[in-house]
Write a protein that binds this ligand. Sequence first.
Ligand code: AGP
Length: 370
Amino acid sequence: EQIEKGGYEHFMLKEIFEQPKSIHDTLRGRLLVEEGIIKMAGIWDNLERLNQAQKITIIACGTSWHAGLIGEYLIEEFARIPVEVEYASEFRYRNPIISEKDIVIAISQSGETADTMAAIKMAKEKGAFVYGICNVVDSSISRVTDAGSYTHAGPEIGVASTKAFTAQLTVLSLIALKLGKHNGHLSNQEFMRLITELDTIPQKVQEVLDTTHEITKEIAKNFVDAQNFLYLGRGYNFPAALEGALKLKEISYIHAEGYPAAEMKHGPIALIDENMPIVIIAPKKGHYDKIVSNVQEIKARKGKVIAVVNKGDTQVASVADYVIEFPETSECFSPIIASVPLQLLAYYIAVYRGANVDQPRNLAKSVTVE
Ligand code: AGP
C-alpha cells in the first residue's frame, strides 16, 4: 500500500496532486487546439440528437451531482440547451417528465452507484437517450448507457472524490463547447479563445498546487476545533462551494454548508459570529463586486474569512483573515482550479483532527445500495 501511495501519506493527497496529470489525460486526444477542434466520439456520433434535445437532465449523486450543477451552467451558457440537474435518488422516486426528445446525462465516478443506475433505467424506459460520464472503465453504468465519455482520471482510491471531480468538470466543459460550436451558439472566435484557455488548465492546476499547498496547510491549523463552516461562491463557483463543504464534512466530520453567496442574507447570515469560519470563492471574473460586499457583510459580523481569490487580488484580500490565491482563468473553468485548495484545506483539517482521511467513518467508495 505504501508503494501505491507513491510517497504520499494518504491516497487522497496523492490524488489531489495527480490532478494536473489527470486533467491532462482527460483532455488528451480530445482537445486539439491547433486544429481548432474537440474530438469526442460519443458526442460526434450523436451530435444531431444532442443538439436537438428539448432538454437535458443531468442525474448523479454527491460530488458527481456537484459536477452536474457546473455542467448545467456550461451547457446552458455555451450550447443554449435547457438543463436540469437532479439527485438520482429523487429523480427515480418521482414521476419526472421525460420523453424521447430528452437527453439524460448520468455522471458517476464509480459507474456503480445504485441510485444513479436505477434512475438511468427509468429514463430509458421513458424513451430518453442516456449519455454516461464515468471514470471506471467498463463499469455497470458505462455499459448500460446509450453512449458516453470516460473521464480518464485513473483509479481513485480515496473515498473523498477529488481528481474524478475535476475530470468530470473537464469532460463537461468539452461537451458544452463542442455542442455550442456545432449548433452555432458559440462563435468560432469565442470557441478558439475558450479551448486555448482550457488547454492551460493542467498547468494552472499545477501552479495552484505549488503555490497554495504550504499556505493551506498552515491555515488549516487554525480550524482544527471549528464546529461549523460556511462555504460561499457565486455563479460557476456556487457548486464549487457545495463541493468544498462536502469534502470537509466527509473527512473531518465538521458540519459545513455551501451556499450561493447572495443567499447569505436570506438566512445563514444569522449564524455568523466570531466563531464562524467562512470560505469564500471570489475570482475576479464572476460577480466580483457583489462578492466584495458579501465579504464586508461577514466582516461586519466578525466572521473569520478565508478568501480564495485570484493572484494579486487586493480588495477582498485586504479585508479577509486568510488568503489563498489561484491563477486567473475564464469564469467557466475557475471551479476546476479553485476546488484544489479547498480539497487541500479539508484534507489538512481532517489530518490535524486525526481522522481516517482515506476511509471516513460510515462512507463507502461506491454506494451500491439504495
Ligand atoms: C464524494 O466525495 C463522495 N464520496 C460521494 O458523494 C460520491 O460522489 C457519490 O457517492 C457518487 O459516487 P459516484 O460518482 O461513484 O456515482
